[in-house]
Design a protein around this ligand. Structure first.
Ligand code: ZN
Length: 262
């Protein structure tokens, strides 16, 4: 059957109405989704910034870093942010680390201590007197609180009361090389042993390997390996007895590098 002109016009008009309706529906759906997204976004922001927010510690993206906070998905980000700024770094140490801010030491471009702090205690742990950068002190504090003390409790049923370090700053080259060590800028810390609250001494040189095979010796060796592993969470490079003979009696903990953990 042949369509007349008026039939065609009517068909076009009906199609136009249909198209218009479809566009209206699509638009209203789009707006509904946008509205839902905005509602969810404001609820999420309110959830985080509200003083009644249940998010705390490492689960709260905006609260300042505290060393004793429970770890969460934002902890690592907060530690890195604190290390970018001298004041924020010192604020993060306060309340956990016994330290005094000190004037930077600028011996030369190769040898200096910037963002300098002098530290004598990390939590309840005596570490002698360490002249270092704030970021090294902050990494060490996180290691003590979230690595060393939990491992000491788990494997030895004790807390650590002393850490025997071999210092942080040392203007020297890497042993057997012409390259400067990161100790020359106090970006590293050497740790040789620990003392427990019951007075027992643990030395890497003696206790890394479980030579005796006795239960106590085994527990101490497991403690030291757990402590090395947890150091890798807070420092960028960790070298110990498993790395080479030059580190058979200490952990070398470094703020930068290629991420070696041995
Ligand atoms: Zn070292």
């Amino acid at each position: 059957m042949r369509q007349t002109k008026s039939d065609l016009e009517q068909q076009i008009s009906e199609d136009s109405v249909l198209i218009e309706k479809s566009v209206k529906i699509a638009r209203s759906k789009k707006w509904r989704w946008l509205l839902l997204f905005l509602c969810l976004l404001s609820l999420s922001i309110g959830y985080v910034v509200s003083p009644y927010s249940p998010l705390v510690g490492g689960w709260h993206p905006l609260s300042p870093l505290s060393v004793t906070d429970k770890l969460g998905p934002f902890t690592s980000f907060k530690v890195k942010s604190a290390m970018l700024n001298k004041q924020q770094c010192q604020n993060a140490l306060r309340g956990y680390v016994s330290f005094r801010p000190a004037v930077d030491k600028e011996y030369s471009e190769r040898c200096h201590i910037r963002n300098r702090v002098v530290v004598d205690k990390l939590g309840l742990v005596d570490i002698g007197k360490i002249d270092t950068r704030c970021e090294v002190a902050l990494r060490a504090a996180m290691w003590v609180e979230h690595g060393i003390q939990p491992a000491a409790q788990e494997f030895l049923g004790q807390s650590v009361s002393h850490i025997r370090t071999q210092g942080s700053y040392n203007c020297r080259t890497i042993a057997g090389s012409q390259r400067m060590s990161l100790h020359a800028q106090a970006k590293a810390l050497d740790v040789a042993g620990f003392r427990l609250t019951d007075g027992r001494k643990i030395e890497l040189s003696q206790h890394w390997q479980d030579n005796a095979g006795a239960a106590e010796s085994k527990a101490i060796a497991r403690f030291l390996h757990a402590v090395r592993d947890s150091a890798c969470q807070w420092f960028v490079t960790v070298l110990g007895p498993d790395y080479n003979a030059a580190h058979k009696d200490h952990f070398h903990l470094q703020s930068s590098g290629w991420g070696t953990c041995r």
